[in-house]
Design a protein around this ligand. Sequence first.
Ligand code: ADP
Ligand code: MG
Length: 325
Amino acid sequence: MIKVENLVKRYGTNYALNNVSFEIQSGEIVGLLGPNGAGKSTTMNILTGYLSSTSGAAYIDGINVFEDPMAAKKLIGFLPEQPPVYPDMTVLEYLNFVYELKGCKLEREAHLSEIMEVVKLTDVKKRLIRNLSKGYKQRVGIAQALVGDPKVVIFDEPTVGLDPKQILEVRNLLRTLAKRHTVILSTHILAEVQAVCERVLIINKGELIADDRTENLTRVIEDGYHYEIKVIGPQKDVQKTLSQSAGVKSVTPTGQKDAEAHCYLVESTSGVDVRKTLFSICASNNWPIIGLMPVGTDLETVFIKLVERSDGQATVNTSERKSAR
Ligand code: ADP
Ligand code: MG
């Protein structure tokens, strides 16, 4: 349904996208995950015909986005990073306006009513958009993308700026859309991809560094827990003893001190919770533990792990990319 081949976008000497390729099948819901500045919006803006590329090709349902942009755009509903809503229109006026703009042929009243039901806007359809909360404005943005029942919907950071409850609502909505559309959404939040997407494309500094099923990504992340532990005791002995304990993979002093205690990063082997072991060993040596905290997996850590993984047993996609260089 979507095919991107060797996409490059250069600004001066900077590469916003460097040789990005991927394919998305009909009915998939795929997350484009990466930190700020990774190239997510650039990818989406090129796919939707809002931005030209320096080189490479993009196809929507077999139609070349650069050669036949009008035909490609008809297949896409797009929610850009800044939703294009008109504050002085009511929700219904605005959706009618979008309907006209897209030259939509579906039975108007039924179609717009259905969209408003799906995104839960029916109750506010007569309200001015300017008076809606951020969460509702975002739903209006999603609604306009759905006008014309496009095969592909592309959402650029659809939950940014929403409160936690609104985020859950939008995520649920995105999941329901996937039944009918091919969905790509971008996000810099790992948990969002895990909650919503079947597949994840990870992009960093303009390069695609992973293309995998979300469950595989989750396995990589959860392979071994990390803890920060603060122990009062001779650093060398503590490090040596703890690193020889069952279930412990590595113990690395962080170089930081908290009062008399030295801080260490402890990595456990896959799937083992070593907290009790750490406690017993320190207690039997009379080394007080004054802090023990799980270290969450942030995007940075995931990137490091993925890069490590692709250096060893690479996924099909990463190995293809390597040999292509
Ligand atoms: P993301 O959406 O992942 O945060 P973007 O696609 O917006 O990232 O940006 C990717 C890179 O391209 C960034 O380094 C950004 O600074 C750069 N960039 C984006 N737009 C422009 C522009 N119009 N001129 C120059 N550089 C740009
Ligand atoms: Mg962006």
